[in-house]
Design a protein around this ligand. Structure first.
Ligand code: GLU
Length: 511
């Protein structure tokens, strides 16, 4: 069998939606699984929709995720160039071939003339008027004009497009790897424009020509392209490439968290979760979009999460490295139905991968985050915080945000806890405890505990009576790692100061 070659073919019309990232991932997995090639091709022939910076964004997203193309605009490869705008002449050649074989034709209609046709047909009861095998006979094209007239118009530089001459009665069928047999009647397809008046190809033309020339064996793409597939099949046939047609696989939609409707930017705005790999400030609409990278998701967690949005390995196993995904992946286990986007699941994956990271990685992240906030943090302190917090956070940034008390005394205290736990017993114990702590700036967790126990004996109180109040005084809240561990990170002096401050500012239970 020939080498498997798949392509990810984004259009640089904006940032890459998470569905696009999943398409790239599935293509990558399929290529690697089969010892094939993963190709990136930039489909930028629609100049009107071109957005500055979008191509860089797409390539940077792939880089961040570690989905390295084997061929592409940055890597090069045997089918250069990998940007369609730079391949313009090629499409024209094939469009002309179709015209000379009577499979496509020149159309000179102005937008106004097409609009007139639409209105005329709508008035006579046609629901969705199209430029097609019936209406083309009434329009201004090389089928209705004589050869001389056509040539004269071309010689006068009259603007024209090239349209595909779609047969009026033909059944188009193909077997989609995910959806099974798809059968469409050609009468439902309009005479699509292949070459625009600016000489640029349309998506359909460029896509089919390039897939053929680049020897693509499998077209794996989103379900939104399924309606275009019959037209593509027709093009392969007309161009004489039917026997080398790629296999098609159309991926299920990614659905809103409710499971109803397609996931969109509005869901991201509404729920405050990212649906784009990287943050993006749109240069035109000035929209701001959140990015998984900026929200501190680990790329390996995002990949694992995305792999499961529309595919499953058929086992209970959920955690897969990229290599394991390659090993397990196959088109046959891709689901037909839409896949519900669940950010909680993405967060769960992130936690799992965070726990597996070497401590050093998190220490580095903590040190740079604390420096940005103007907090001093030695490497040793960073290591201690990571040791205590690693299993409690979902994101590296939480190390600082959820455990700010390692860096500054609390300004606010959990009111409910104050009411419940801040009593005379606790205060009596803490006054003595603070005195002891002052003498011990460097203090181990064990020492912090035994010192407290000694004070408790004197006050005839138990650990359970004061522990929450102690945590409250030191951190302002009621959760976190072992209090004596926190004391050991803060040191005796700092802890004593915090306790004294709490005694000063907190109202005592029972007056
Ligand atoms: N350029 C199309 C897109 O933006 C590619 C569709 C395909 O893969 O055929 O998604």
């Amino acid at each position: 069998m020939s080498e498997i070659r798949v392509r990810f073919a984004p259009s640089p019309t904006g940032p890459l939606h998470i569905g696009g990232v999943r398409t790239a991932l599935y293509n990558y997995l399929f290529a690697k699984k089969n010892g094939g090639k993963f190709i990136v091709r930039i489909e930028d022939t629609d100049q009107a929709r071109y957005v500055k910076g979008a191509e860089e964004y797409i390539l940077e997203s792939l880089r961040w995720l570690g989905l390295s193309p084997d061929e592409g605009p940055e890597q090069g490869g045997p089918y250069l160039p990998y940007r369609q705008s730079e391949r313009k002449g090629l499409y024209e050649k094939y469009a002309m071939q179709l015209v000379s074989e009577g499979k496509a034709y020149y159309a000179f209609d102005t937008p106004e003339e097409i609009e007139e046709m639409r209105v005329r047909l709508e008035d006579s009861g046609v629901v969705k008027p199209q430029y097609n095998s019936i209406t083309r006979h009434k329009m201004k094209n090389s089928l209705t004009l004589s050869e001389e007239e056509t040539n004269a118009l071309i010689a006068q530089n009259a603007p024209y497009v090239i349209r595909l001459k779609v047969p009026s009665k033909e059944e188009i069928r193909f077997e989609d790897q995910i959806r099974g047999w798809v059968v469409v009647h050609s009468s439902t397809i309009d005479d699509k424009v292949l070459l625009k008046s600016d000489g640029m190809p349309t998506y359909h033309m460029a896509n089919v020509v390039d897939d053929h020339i680049m020897q693509i064996t499998h077209v794996i793409r989103g379900e939104e392209w399924l309606p275009s597939a019959p037209l593509h099949i027709l093009l392969y046939k007309f161009l004489g490439w039917e026997s080398e047609m790629p296999t098609f696989a159309h991926l299920p939609l990614i659905l809103k968290p409710t499971g109803k409707g397609k996931l969109s930017k509005r869901d991201s705005d509404k729920h405050g979760f990212p649906i784009f790999p990287l943050a993006w400030d749109d240069p035109e609409s000035e929209d701001k979009m959140m990015g998984f990278r900026e929200e501190d998701y680990l790329p390996e967690a995002l990949l694992n999460f995305l792999a499961f949005l529309g595919w499953n390995p058929g086992t209970e196993k959920e955690l897969f490295t990229l290599d394991e995904l390659i090993e397990a992946f196959g088109l046959e286990r891709i689901t037909k139905g839409g896949a519900r986007f669940d950010i909680e699941k993405a967060n769960w994956y992130n936690e799992q991968y965070l726990r597996k990271k070497p401590d050093n990685f998190l220490v580095e992240r903590l040190l740079s985050a604390s420096e940005k906030e103007g907090f001093e943090c030695s490497k040793g302190k960073g290591e201690n915080i990571v040791r205590l917090m690693k299993d409690r956070v979902s994101f590296p940034k939480d190390l600082l945000y959820q455990a700010r008390y390692f860096f500054e005394a609390p300004e606010e205290y959990d009111e409910k806890l104050v009411k419940k736990k801040w009593d005379h017993t606790a205060i009596g114990v803490f006054m003595d405890y603070a005195k002891q702590l002052k003498k011990l700036d460097e203090i181990s967790a064990a020492e912090a505990k035994s010192t407290l126990e000694k004070v408790l004996v004197v006050h005839e109180a138990g650990l359970g009576q004061v522990m929450l109040a102690l945590r409250l005084a030191i951190t302002g809240g009621g959760t976190g790692p072992d209090v004596v561990e926190i004391i050991s990170v803060l040191g005796g002096q700092e802890t004593a100061q915090r306790i004294e401050k709490a005694i000063e500012v907190l109202p005592v239970k029972g007056g």
